[in-house]
Design a protein around this ligand. Structure first.
Ligand code: AMP
Length: 419
C-alpha cells in the first residue's frame, strides 16, 4: 500500500527542535506577562466572513490563500490565516470594552495559508502575537514594538532590523492612493500582472511588491509621509519619540505597507537578512478601523504577529546545531528479571510523581545494553535492580557523570535521588 505523506507545506517538528521552540514560547510568555499581556486562545477556525470583512477582500490572504470549506451545516468556515481579526471578534463578542482599557492579550498558535510552499513559507505555520485594544496612544504602538524586540533580544537573536512607516488613516490615505493611481496609470504596462490588477483597489501594494521592475517604479514614488494628515503626523511623531525614549533603533521605510486592509497609521516589520527571500520575522501595526468593520463600535487597536518557524531557523543557524534536548530524562531505572522490572516500573512511577523525570527498559535488553542505552540518552543517574538487589532490598545507584556506585535501600531511593 502507498505510504501516506504529510500534506504539502506542512512540517513535523522533531525532538531536537522543541528545545529551541519551547524556549521561544517560554520567552514570549514571560516577556508578554512582564508588559501586562495575558494569554488568549481563539478557535483554529472561524466563519469565513470574519476574514473577508476583517482582513479585506482585496488582500492576497482573502483572494487566494484561505483554507475555506462548507461544514456539514453548509456554513462557510475558514481555517484561521491570521490572529488579529479573531482577537478583535472575541473582544467584541465578550464585551471586553466594558473592562478597564486597554485590553492587552497575546497568543501563540497555528495559522493556515494556501501559499506556494518554499523555504520559510509553509501552509501551516505558527505565530505568536500581541494585541492591545482600547487605547490610541502612540506610546502603546512603541510598547508593542518593544515587546517584539524584547522577545528577540531575550533569546539572544541578533541581526534583525525594525522598519517603520505610517500608512495614514481614512482621512489622508485616499488622497495618497489617488496620487499613486494617477502616477502609476502612466506606467501601467510596466507593472507586474498582480499590481496591474489591484491598482485601482490597493495601489499601496505596489510599494512592497517583490517584482524587480515594480520595486524600481516604487522607488520613484513620493513617500506617504508628505500626505499624512495632522493627526497621523502627530501620532507618527509620538511613536518615533517613544521609540527614542525606549532606546529602540529602527529605520523609516515608506515601502512597508503590510498586506492587510485593516492597518491605519503605524505599520512596522522586523526583517532578518539570514532568512533569504522570506525575510520577515514579524510585523504589525495599528488598526483603528477594524472593530467597526466587524460590527462593533470604533475601538482603536495595535498589535504584531511573528513567525515561530522563522525565528527558530535564525536561532538554530546562529547556534550551529539543534539547541534541543540532549537528555530526555534524568534517571534511568535498569532492571534484570521479571520482578525487578516491576519494581523498576514502580520506582520510575514514584520518581515521576515527585517531579524527577525517569524512564526504564521495555525491550527486554540485557543489563549491559540498558546501561549503554541510558548513557546514550545522557541520563545523570541509573538505578540498577537485579535479583540480588531485590533480595537484599537495596538498589545500586550509579552516577553516570563521576561513574561511582552506591547501594541505597528501596525505601530511601526516591529521597536519595531527590537530593
Ligand atoms: P504576516 O501577518 O503575513 O505579516 O505574518 C506574520 C509573520 O508570520 C511573518 O512575519 C512571518 O514571520 C510569519 N509567516 C507568515 N506567513 C508565513 C508562512 N506562510 N510560513 C511561515 N511563516 C509565515
Amino acid at each position: 500500500m502507498a505510504r501516506i505523506r504529510a500534506p504539502r507545506g506542512t512540517v513535523d517538528v522533531f525532538p531536537e527542535i522543541p528545545g529551541t521552540w519551547r524556549r521561544l514560547e517560554e520567552t514570549v510568555r514571560s516577556v508578554c506577562r512582564s508588559a501586562g499581556y495575558t494569554e488568549i486562545r481563539t478557535p483554529v477556525f472561524e466563519y469565513t466572513e470574519l476574514f473577508q470583512r476583517g482582513v479585506g477582500e482585496g488582500t492576497d490572504i482573502v483572494e487566494k490563500e484561505m483554507y475555506t470549506f462548507l461544514d456539514k451545516g453548509e456554513r462557510s468556515i475558514t481555517l484561521r490565516p491570521e490572529g488579529t481579526a479573531p482577537v478583535v471578534r472575541a473582544y467584541l463578542e465578550h464585551k471586553m470594552w466594558a473592562e478597564p482599557q486597554p485590553v492587552k492579550v497575546y497568543y501563540i498558535g497555528p495559522m493556515f495559508r494556501y501559499e506556494r510552499p518554499q523555504l520559510g513559507r509553509l501552509r501551516q505555520h505558527t505565530q505568536f502575537g500581541v494585541e492591545a485594544l482600547g487605547a490610541s496612544s502612540p506610546v502603546l504602538d512603541a510598547e508593542v514594538i518593544s515587546v517584539l524586540i524584547n522577545v528577540y533580544q531575550s533569546l539572544g537573536l541578533e541581526g534583525f532590523v525594525v522598519r517603520l512607516n505610517s500608512i495614514g488613516c481614512s482621512k489622508c490615505r485616499p488622497r495618497y492612493k489617488e496620487s499613486l493611481i494617477s502616477l502609476l496609470s502612466k506606467q501601467m504596462d510596466e507593472l507586474c500582472p498582480d499590481c496591474r490588477r489591484r491598482l485601482d483597489r490597493n495601489p499601496l501594494r505596489v510599494l512592497d511588491c517583490k517584482n524587480e521592475r515594480c520595486k524600481a517604479i516604487a522607488k520613484e514614488l513620493p513617500p506617504i509621509f508628505d500626505y499624512l494628515c495632522e493627526e497621523c503626523c502627530t501620532h507618527f511623531e509620538g511613536v518615533k519619540r517613544s521609540l527614542g525614549v525606549l532606546d529602540l533603533t529602527y529605520e523609516l521605510d515608506p515601502t512597508i505597507v503590510r498586506g492587510l486592509d485593516y492597518y491605519t497609521k503605524t505599520v512596522f516589520e522586523v526583517i532578518h537578512s539570514g532568512l533569504g527571500a522570506q525575510d520577515a520575522l514579524g510585523g504589525g501595526g495599528r488598526y483603528d478601523g477594524l472593530a467597526e468593520e466587524l460590527g462593533g463600535n470604533p475601538i482603536p487597536g495595535v498589535g504584531f504577529a511573528a513567525g515561530i518557524e522563522r525565528a527558530v531557523q535564525v536561532l538554530e543557524d546562529a547556534s550551529g546545531e539543534g539547541a534541543g534536548e540532549t537528555s530526555r530524562v534524568s534517571v534511568f531505572v535498569a532492571a534484570m528479571g521479571g520482578s525487578a522490572r516491576l519494581e523498576a516500573a514502580r520506582i520510575a512511577h514514584v520518581l515521576r510523581k515527585q517531579g524527577v523525570s525517569a524512564d526504564l527498559d521495555y525491550l527486554d535488553r540485557s543489563l549491559r545494553s540498558q546501561m549503554k542505552y541510558a548513557d546514550k540518552q545522557g541520563v545523570k543517574k541509573v538505578v540498577i535492580i537485579g535479583e540480588d538487589e531485590l533480595e537484599a532490598g537495596e538498589a545500586t545507584v550509579r552516577d553516570m557523570v563521576c561513574r561511582e556506585q552506591v547501594p541505597v535501600s528501596f525505601e530511601k531511593i526516591v529521597e536519595f535521588l531527590l537530593r
